[in-house]
Design a protein around this ligand. Structure first.
Ligand code: TYM
Length: 335
């Protein structure tokens, strides 16, 4: 059976962008049942920029609670945190030696996150994509569901697999397929339709957090930036209207409808009418998740137990693939 892998960083809270662009898709792929699904809290990626240790621990548990509350079933999917499975870091080292500096320096995330003072960014931030390739390839995963912003990293994962196979004359690592699908592959800021919704945006009003209560969600949607026109009845009417497009995309993803179907129903409505409809739907879909997250967070020991069990299952897949990789590279590993 084909294997799905994806990861989310436990840095800050979950946003509606993470949920619609990634987590909800993870749940769909789990429930389709035609793939083995492996989902990871990538704590080692998170520390490429400094994290307060207590906050990192809490964010990792909260992310795990988010996965479960959103519908990931630890009996159907493998759910764990990256640092508990040492094979990720071990394969990442090999990939550090396969990937080229130039590949890393071209990554837009590196350029954005390192900013002007690259000399002072962590070496881990530069090597980030090699660890990401290791996350995926240590399971020989074939499908990786992500939001649109991860596309370049997945291309690099393919390049690493191709170069490794070529350099060692093997056909060992699969060429993974990005799965970037649905109406919400790129959820934008509620304050600026040209910026991605992000947990690192200084304005809390720019995003919906998965832990926001009903009033907060309603207020943020009410205040979301829009233009003065009514909604169009066809998708081409959203051209050059990024804020309108974003709210329609969010509605479509939450309602599990196509953008066309949404516009057929909502076309002609003013935002004063559409926004309350959207905010009711958002509250209806998100409130049960945040309630369940809060409930799960009352028992951190149970969350740690789930992560430990998931890590054990993950190691069973990863260990033989790493061992074979060591063999190919010429490293002696007894047993
Ligand atoms: P991260 O933690 O930034 O985001 C997790 C997932 O959420 C998606 N996402 C969005 N989708 C739509 N609209 C948005 N505004 C939005 N914001 C975030 C991201 O595309 C991602 O799918 N490098 C990854 C983590 C990672 C990973 C992996 C992913 C590490 N190893 C291996 C896949 C496979 C990241 O920083 O995601």
């Amino acid at each position: 059976t084909p294997r799905v892998f994806s990861g989310i960083q436990p840095s800050g809270g979950l946003t509606l962008g993470n949920y619609l662009g990634a987590m909800k898709r993870f749940v769909d792929m789990q429930n389709e049942g035609s793939h083995e699904t492996v989902y990871c809290m990538v704590d080692m990626h998170a520390i490429t920029v400094w994290q307060d240790p207590d906050k990192l621990r809490r964010a990792t548990r909260e992310l795990c609670a988010g996965f479960i509350a959103a519908g990931i079933d630890p009996n159907k999917s493998i759910l764990f945190n990256q640092s508990q499975v040492a094979e990720h870091a071990q394969l990442a080292w090999i990939f550090n030696c396969v990937a080229r500096m130039g590949w890393m320096q071209r990554m837009t995330q590196w350029k954005d996150k390192a900013g002007k003072n690259q000399q002072n960014a962590s070496l881990g931030l530069l090597a980030y994509p090699a660890l990401m390739a290791a996350d995926i390839l240590v399971y020989h995963a074939t499908h990786v569901p992500v939001g649109d912003d991860q596309k370049q990293h997945l291309e690099l994962t393919r390049d690493v697999a191709i170069k490794f196979n070529h350099d060692y004359g093997v056909d060992f690592f699969p060429i993974t397929e990005p799965v970037i699908e649905g109406a919400a592959t790129r959820v934008m800021s509620l304050r600026d339709g040209s910026k991605k919704m992000s947990k690192s945006d200084p304005s809390d009003a720019s995003r919906i957090n998965m832990t926001d209560d009903a009033d907060t969600i309603a207020k943020k949607i009410r205040k979301a930036k829009t233009d003065p026109d009514a909604l169009p009845s066809e998708e081409k009417g959203l051209e050059d209207r990024p804020e309108a497009r974003n709210l329609v995309n969010i509605y479509a993803a939450l309602a599990e409808q196509s953008v066309d179907a949404v516009l057929r129903e909502m076309g002609g409505k003013q935002f004063s009418e559409f926004k309350p409809i959207l905010s009711d739907l958002a509250v209806e879909k998100l409130a049960p998740i945040s309630t369940e997250m809060a409930r799960l967070m009352q028992d951190p020991a149970e969350i740690d137990r789930i992560l430990g069990h998931g890590a054990q299952q993950a190691r069973e897949i990863a260990a033989p693939i790493l061992k074979k990789t060591y063999d190919i590279v010429g490293m002696i590993s007894s047993t």
